[in-house]
Design a protein around this ligand. Structure first.
Ligand SMILES: [Zn+2]
Length: 271
C-alpha cells in the first residue's frame, strides 16, 4: 500500500509530467473504485490544464486551472502512469486522460480500493475531502511535545497511534515499524507509557526515515511503482520490516499483529 513517501514520489513525478499539460480526452473503463468514476466523464475536464501536483497525507492532488483538483488515493494497489497515449491499455487501467503532448495519464488499480475524483478546493486550499486529517509528520507541528501530549491518555499500542490518520497522517505500517526500531521502542507498548525523551526520538526518527524514503523513491513491497514504472529503492534500506535478524544485535526478529497489521521488532534492542 503506498504510504507517504510513495505518495510524495508520485506527486513530484506527476508535477513534472502534468504541469501545463491540457487534457484532450477523458476515458473511464469501470464504474467505480472506492467511489464512482462516472463523474469524471461529466466534470468538464476536457480543455482544462494542469497547473501542478502536490501531496497531502497519502493523496496526490493535481491542480487544475479552474480552481479544482484531480484528487487521487492509491488504495491497496493503485498505480499511475504518464506514458505514450498510443501504448495499449492494460487490463486494470480504469481511467485514462489523454494530454496535449501525446502522452496520457493512466490510473491502474486491480483491487479497486483507490480513489480518483475531481474536487473543489476548501478554504484551506486543499480538496474538501481532506478536511479533518491529522498533522503532516514532516511539518514542524509534529514533534516530541505533540506526540507526548496526544499519547498521555491512550492505552493503545504506540504503533497504532503512529498509524492513526486522525492524529498524524501518512506514516503507515512500514515506516512506523522502522521508526520504532530506530527509536528503540517496542511497537506494542501502550502509548501512555512513552517518556518525553522517547517521543522526541520517535518524532525525529519518523521525519528522518520518511525523508530518506522519499529520497530513495519510496518502498516497493508488492504493487507500488512510480509514475515511470520504476520500483522504490528504499526496500534495500529497511532495517526491521520483514527482516529475520536484527541488523544491530543479530537477535531473531519477532512479529506481533497490532490493529490487523504485522509488526516486526527486536526483543533485545526495543524496550
Ligand atoms: Zn537488536
Amino acid at each position: 500500500m503506498p504510504e507517504l513517501p510513495e505518495a510524495e514520489s508520485i506527486a513530484r513525478a506527476l508535477d513534472r509530467a502534468l504541469k501545463r499539460r491540457k487534457i484532450t480526452k477523458v476515458e473511464v473503463f469501470c464504474p467505480k473504485l472506492r467511489t464512482s468514476l462516472a463523474p469524471l466523464r461529466k466534470s468538464g475536464l476536457v480543455g482544462r490544464t494542469f497547473t501542478g501536483c502536490r501531496r497531502r497525507a497519502r493523496y496526490a492532488v493535481a491542480d487544475l486551472d479552474d480552481g479544482r483538483a484531480l484528487t487521487m488515493h492509491f488504495g491497496m494497489s493503485g498505480v499511475v502512469r504518464v506514458e505514450d497515449a498510443k501504448k495499449p491499455r492494460r487490463k486494470h487501467e480504469h481511467a485514462v486522460l489523454t494530454l496535449d503532448d501525446g502522452k496520457a495519464f493512466k490510473f491502474e488499480d486491480p483491487r479497486r480500493f483507490g480513489l480518483l475524483e475531481v474536487q473543489k478546493l476548501g478554504p484551506d486550499g486543499w480538496p474538501e475531502c481532506l478536511a479533518g486529517i491529522g498533522v503532516e509528520p514532516l511539518s514542524p507541528a509534529f514533534n516530541g511535545r505533540f506526540l507526548f501530549d496526544v499519547s498521555r491518555k491512550r492505552k493503545k499500542p504506540v504503533k497504532e497511534l503512529l498509524m492513526d490518520n486522525a492524529v498524524v497522517t501518512g506514516i503507515g505500517n512500514i515506516y512506523a515499524a522502522e521508526t520504532l526500531f530506530a527509536s528503540k521502542v517496542r511497537p506494542q507498548r501502550p502509548a501512555s507509557t512513552l517518556t518525553r525523551g522517547e517521543c522526541d526520538r520517535i518524532a525525529k526518527n519518523a521525519k528522518r526515515i520518511l525523508r530518506l524514503a522519499i529520497k530513495w523513491g519510496g518502498t516497493t513491497v508488492s504493487d507500488y511503482r512510480n509514475v515511470d514504472g520504476s520500483e522504490g529503492r528504499f526496500v534495500q534500506k529497511l532495517k526491521i520490516y520483514g527482516q529475520k535478524k536484527c541488523p544491530v544485535c543479530a537477535q531473531d526478529v519477532e512479529k506481533v499483529v497490532l490493529g490487523g497489521r504485522t509488526s516486526w521488532y527486536c526483543p533485545r534492542c526495543q524496550k
